[in-house]
Design a protein around this ligand. Structure first.
Ligand code: ZN
Length: 787
C-alpha cells in the first residue's frame, strides 16, 4: 500500500447542494417499489449461471415473497435467457399483478430479439441502457455527448414503436425503463440532459402507472452513501415533470455501503430500488433487498415483501446461486439469532420473560428483547431452534444446539469431530436436520445418556482405590500415588470384572482394558466442566484418545460422559471414546482358566459369577472365593466346570440354595436411639429354626443386629467389610449385600467368613448377609441360646 494514496486514487467530486433536504427526511415515509434483478444482474455474476429449472424455482420464490417487479433476463445475451422468458410466458408462470422486466442494450437487433422474448406477456418493463460516463464515452465507445444522447434517443424511439406493435398484437402493457449506466460517474447535469431527451423521445410519460422509470445505478460504488443521496436529490429536483418519473436506485456494494446508499437515496426521494436477495451480484454484489425490507419492517413499516418463511428463501437462493450466505449476514445468517455469550443468553432469556409479562398485562405490545432487533418468529424462526442445520451449516451452530439441549460445552476439537458426523448424515439423508436429529446423532455417536444408546462397553460399577490394595494383606501405607480401577463392565452384553492400575482413574481403566480386552489407546486430551448447580450439579467430561503411544496421530476418537461423580463422568467419557474407536472389531471372549498364579483367572471367575447370578463381588470376596475355587480345582485334578463353579459359590456362601442357615431373620423393627445417630434392633432371630426375641444397639442397622446376637454367643463377632449394590431391574430391583465377619473367641485362631444376601429391602438385605456370614462360622453358643 502507498504512503500517499492520493497520487494514485482520485477523490470523488461532491455536488454543491447546500440546501440538501434528504438528511432531515423521514425514514420509511415512503415504501419503495422493489425490483429483483436476481435473475439478471445476480445471475450474470455467477460462476455457473442458473439453469432454466433453477431460474424457474427462483422466480416462483420471488413471486411467493410478493416481489411485483422481477427482472427475469437479458434475453438477447443467450438462448438460455431467451428460452427462460418464453417458458415463463408460455407456461403461465407470471401472476397478473406481476411485471417481468427484460434488459437490452441500445442496439436495434438486440432490442428486436428482446421484444420477441416477451411476446404474449401481460405486463412488461422494457429496460434499455447505455453508458453515459466520461470514461465510457471517451475510451470505450469514442462517443461525444451528442452521440451518446442521439444513441439513447434513437433507440428509445424504436422501443416506443415496438411497444405499440406488441401492445396491438398481444395486448401487452409496457413500461419503459431507461438507465444511464455508470450514472454515479456521469456529470450530474449530463445525466439529466440524457434522461430529458429520452423522456421526450418516449413521449408517453404520464402519471401513476404511466410514469417513465429512470434507473440511476451506482454501477460501481465509488463514493460515500451521502454523495449518492446528493446525486439522487439533485436529479429529482432538476428533472422536469417529476410527477411523471419514477426514480429508481440500483446500488452496488463496492464500498460496503450499498444498504446505506439505498436508504439515503430513498430519503432523497427515490421511488424504487433494484437489488438482489441477500445481496448477490457482480463483485461485492447488488444491494440486499431482504436487508432493506426488514430494516423498514423493524421500524414498524410494512415493506410489502413477505419473508415470513425466510428459511425457504435462503434454501432456494443458496441452491440456485450455489453460494453460501454468510453466518453473520443481517437477518438471514445462521448465527444472527444465536447468542454464544452466556451473559447475552441470560439477558435474552430475561428479556423474553419480562416481555411476556408486559404483553399479558397489556402494558404494551412492543417487541423489546435485548440483542434481538427482530422477533425471529416473524421470519418463521424460533429463538431456541433458530439454527436450522443442513449440510451447509457451521459447527458453531451445532455446538450451540448441543449446549442448549444436552448442557454439554464441547471442546473445540470435539465440535469439529461431531460437525463431520452431522455433515455426513445431512449429506446422506439430503435433508435439513432438526434439533432432535442432531441430539440423537450425538447420543448415538458417543453412546451418551441412557441404556438406549449404550455402546459395546458400558460401565456397570467400579471402585477407584488410591493405592494398590494387595489381596488379603493389610496395607502398609507407604505405596506410591497410583490408582487402581476395580470394576464391572458390560462387554457386548456380558459382564466382565476388570482391574487395572495407573496414575489416575482414567489410566487405570485404560490399563484394565488393555489387560483384559486387548484394547490399547492413549489419552491425548481430557477436559471437564460442571453442569447445573448445588445438589443437582453434575460433571461433564470429554476425552480424546489416539492409538497407543501415537500422540501425534491424525486419527482420534472423542467421548463424552456426564455424572454426579466426577471420576465416573471421566470413566464414562473414556468408554464413550473407546466405543467409537473399536467399532465392531471382535474382542477377546471371557475364558475360564483356573490357575495358581494367573491373575486373569481371578477376574474371569468373578465375571462368571456376575453373569450367572448378577452378583458384583467386592474385591476381597473375589480373592476369597478364588482360593476356594483353587482348592476345588486341585481336588478335581485342575479342572472345574462352569456349573460346578456356580454350585461351589452357592454352597460356600449359602446363596439361594435350600440350605438351612444356622441364623435366620424373623420380623424386626429398627428405632433411633439417643441423639438419633444410633439404632436399636428389636425383633426375632431364629436359632436353628427356634425363634428368639432379641434386642441390640449399635451405630447402624448391621451393628445393632450383631449386638442383638452377642448375648447368645461365645466370643466376639466384628464386621470387617460391608458393601452393597442394586440388583435387578424396574420393579424387581433389590439390594445385594456382602458382609465379612471376623470371629474372635478365646482359645481359637481368629476366623472370618463372608455372607451374601439379596432382598428388596436394603436394611433386611444387610442384616441377612450378617446372619449368613455368622451361620458359616463355627460359633459357640451360650446355654441361653439352646433351651
Ligand atoms: Zn448492476
Amino acid at each position: 500500500m502507498l504512503t500517499d494514496p492520493s497520487v494514485k486514487y482520485k477523490r470523488y467530486t461532491p455536488i454543491d447542494l447546500p440546501d440538501r433536504k434528504w438528511p432531515s427526511a423521514t425514514y420509511g415515509a415512503k415504501v419503495p417499489i422493489w425490483l429483483s434483478t436476481d435473475l439478471r444482474d445476480g445471475n450474470q455474476a455467477l460462476a455457473n449461471p442458473m439453469t432454466i429449472d433453477q431460474k424457474t424455482s427462483f422466480f416462483r420464490q420471488l413471486v411467493k415473497c410478493q416481489v411485483k417487479e422481477i427482472e427475469v433476463s437479458y434475453p438477447a445475451a443467450s438462448d438460455t435467457d431467451f428460452n427462460f422468458v418464453r417458458g415463463l410466458v408460455e407456461n403461465g408462470e407470471i401472476p397478473d399483478d406481476t411485471w417481468i422486466q427484460v434488459l437490452t442494450p441500445a442496439r436495434e437487433d438486440l432490442i428486436r430479439r428482446t421484444f420477441d422474448s416477451v411476446a404474449g406477456a401481460k405486463h412488461v418493463i422494457l429496460h434499455m441502457y447505455n453508458a453515459t460516463s466520461p470514461s465510457f464515452r471517451n475510451v470505450v465507445f469514442r462517443n461525444s455527448k451528442e452521440q451518446t444522447i442521439e444513441l439513447a434517443v434513437r433507440h428509445t424511439k424504436l422501443v416506443r414503436q415496438l411497444t405499440e406493435e406488441f401492445a396491438a398484437k398481444h395486448g401487452t402493457v409496457f413500461k419503459y425503463e431507461y438507465s444511464p449506466e455508470t450514472f454515479t460517474q456521469t456529470e450530474p447535469d449530463f445525466a439529466i440532459e440524457v434522461c430529458e431527451a429520452v423522456k421526450t423521445a418516449w413521449g408517453k410519460a404520464g402519471t401513476g402507472e404511466d410514469r417513465i422509470i429512470f434507473n440511476l445505478p451506482a454501477t460501481v460504488e465509488i463514493a460515500p452513501p451521502n454523495h449518492y443521496a446528493d446525486q439522487i436529490e439533485y436529479f429529482g429536483r432538476k428533472i422536469t415533470e417529476r410527477e411523471k418519473v419514477i426514480i429508481s436506485l440500483h446500488p452496488h456494494n463496492d464500498r460496503g455501503t450499498g444498504i446505506a446508499a439505498a436508504e439515503m437515496g430513498m430519503l432523497a426521494g427515490a421511488d424504487r430500488v433494484e437489488g438482489c436477495l441477500f445481496g448477490n451480484g457482480e463483485r461485492t454484489g447488488n444491494v440486499d433487498l431482504v436487508n432493506l425490507a426488514l430494516n423498514l419492517y423493524t421500524q414498524g413499516v410494512n415493506p410489502n415483501l413477505d419473508f415470513s418463511d425466510i428459511q425457504s428463501v435462503i434454501d432456494t437462493v443458496t441452491q440456485c446461486n450455489d453460494l453460501p450466505i454468510h453466518p453473520r449476514h443481517p437477518y438471514a445468517g445462521e448465527l444472527v439469532f444465536t447468542a454464544f455469550s452466556g451473559s447475552h443468553q441470560d439477558a435474552i432469556k430475561k428479556g423474553f420473560e419480562a416481555q411476556k409479562v408486559r404483553h399479558s398485562t397489556g402494558e404494551n405490545s412492543y417487541w423489546d428483547v435485548p440483542y434481538l432487533p427482530i422477533d425471529p418468529a416473524d421470519l418463521g424462526q424460533t429463538y431456541e431452534a433458530v439454527i436450522r442445520v443442513n449440510s451447509q451449516s457451521g459447527k458453531g451452530g451445532i455446538a450451540y444446539l448441543i449446549k442448549q439441549n444436552l448442557h454439554l460445552d464441547l471442546p473445540r476439537k470435539m465440535q469439529v469431530a461431531f460437525y463431520q458426523v452431522v455433515q455426513a448424515i445431512a449429506d446422506k439423508e439430503a435433508r435439513e436436520m432438526t434439533v432432535d436429529d442432531i441430539t440423537t446423532a450425538f447420543r448415538q455417536t458417543y453412546h451418551f445418556g441412557g441404556s438406549a444408546y449404550q455402546g459395546r462397553l458400558a460401565l456397570r460399577n467400579f471402585k477407584i482405590s488410591s493405592e494398590p490394595n494387595h489381596d488379603n494383606t493389610e496395607n502398609s501405607g507407604d505405596e506410591d500415588e497410583r490408582k487402581r480401577f476395580d470394576g464391572t463392565i458390560s462387554v457386548d452384553g456380558v459382564y466382565r470384572v476388570l482391574r487395572g492400575n495407573g496414575n489416575g482413574p482414567l489410566s487405570a481403566l485404560l490399563d484394565a482394558l488393555k489387560t483384559h480386552l486387548d484394547i490399547e489407546f492413549t489419552i491425548r486430551e481430557y477436559t471437564e466442566h460442571s453442569v447445573g448447580q448445588d445438589q443437582g450439579a453434575k460433571a461433564a467430561s470429554y476425552v480424546e484418545i489416539v492409538p497407543a503411544g501415537d500422540r501425534k496421530s491424525a486419527v482420534s476418537w472423542w467421548g463424552a460422559g456426564l455424572d454426579s461423580d466426577i471420576a465416573e463422568s471421566g470413566l464414562r467419557a473414556l468408554l464413550s471414546a473407546v466405543n467409537c474407536a473399536i467399532g465392531d472389531r471382535p474382542l477377546p471372549e471371557l475364558k475360564l482358566s483356573v490357575g495358581f498364579n494367573a491373575s486373569s483367572g481371578h477376574d474371569d471367575i468373578s465375571s462368571r459369577i456376575v453373569n450367572a447370578l448378577g452378583l458384583e463381588l467386592p474385591r476381597r470376596l473375589q480373592s476369597s472365593f478364588f482360593e476356594v475355587v483353587q482348592r476345588a480345582a486341585r481336588d478335581s485334578g485342575g479342572e472345574i466346570t462352569y456349573d460346578a463353579l456356580i454350585n461351589l459359590f452357592k454352597t460356600t456362601y449359602c446363596f439361594s440354595t435350600p440350605s438351612n442357615p444356622r441364623f435366620t431373620l424373623g420380623a424386626f423393627k429398627l428405632e433411633q436411639t439417643g441423639d438419633g445417630a444410633g439404632r436399636q434392633f428389636n425383633g426375632e432371630i431364629l436359632f436353628n429354626g427356634e425363634k428368639k426375641s432379641v434386642v441390640g444397639q449399635g451405630n447402624g442397622p448391621l451393628s445393632s443386629a450383631l449386638a442383638a446376637l452377642h448375648p447368645f454367643i461365645e466370643g466376639e463377632l466384628r464386621i470387617r467389610e460391608y458393601s452393597e449394590h442394586s440388583i435387578g431391574e424396574g420393579t424387581e430391583v433389590g439390594a445385594a449385600s456382602y458382609v465379612e465377619l471376623v470371629y474372635d473367641v478365646a482359645g481359637s485362631k481368629k476366623r472370618s467368613a463372608w455372607g451374601i444376601s439379596i432382598d428388596t429391602d436394603i436394611t433386611a438385605s444387610g442384616i441377612r448377609a450378617v446372619l449368613n456370614a455368622a451361620s458359616t462360622l463355627d460359633i459357640g453358643l451360650k446355654k441361653n441360646a439352646t433351651q
